[in-house]
Design a protein around this ligand. Sequence first.
Ligand SMILES: N[C@@H](CCC(=O)N[C@@H](CS)C(=O)NCC(=O)O)C(=O)O
Length: 87
Amino acid sequence: MLTLYYTPGACSMAAHIVLEESGEKYETKKVDLAAGEQRTEAYLKINPLGRVPALLLDNGEPLAENTAEPGFFSQEGVQLVLQQPEV
Ligand SMILES: N[C@@H](CCC(=O)N[C@@H](CS)C(=O)NCC(=O)O)C(=O)O
């Protein structure tokens, strides 16, 4: 299963939206930026850039940039069609 490392209110929200819209199964893990969790040895193994978001793929590889995610899903054959919500 995919794992999204994110922080509420941070730019990882973009990755979270794309992931949700993809329909793929995923779990989330919160990273406490204020406490410096992004600089811990454990997190740097997931994302050596020390930032959120990081999307851990099924093969153990991380995607570390928001902009990488749509390309990944496109390669996987997942169509992302974002629609304007009806108001
Ligand atoms: N270009 C990156 C930017 C990632 C980024 O700057 N993340 C910030 C949160 S919005 C972060 O993790 N900052 C923690 C730090 O710099 O220590 C992306 O779009 O994924």
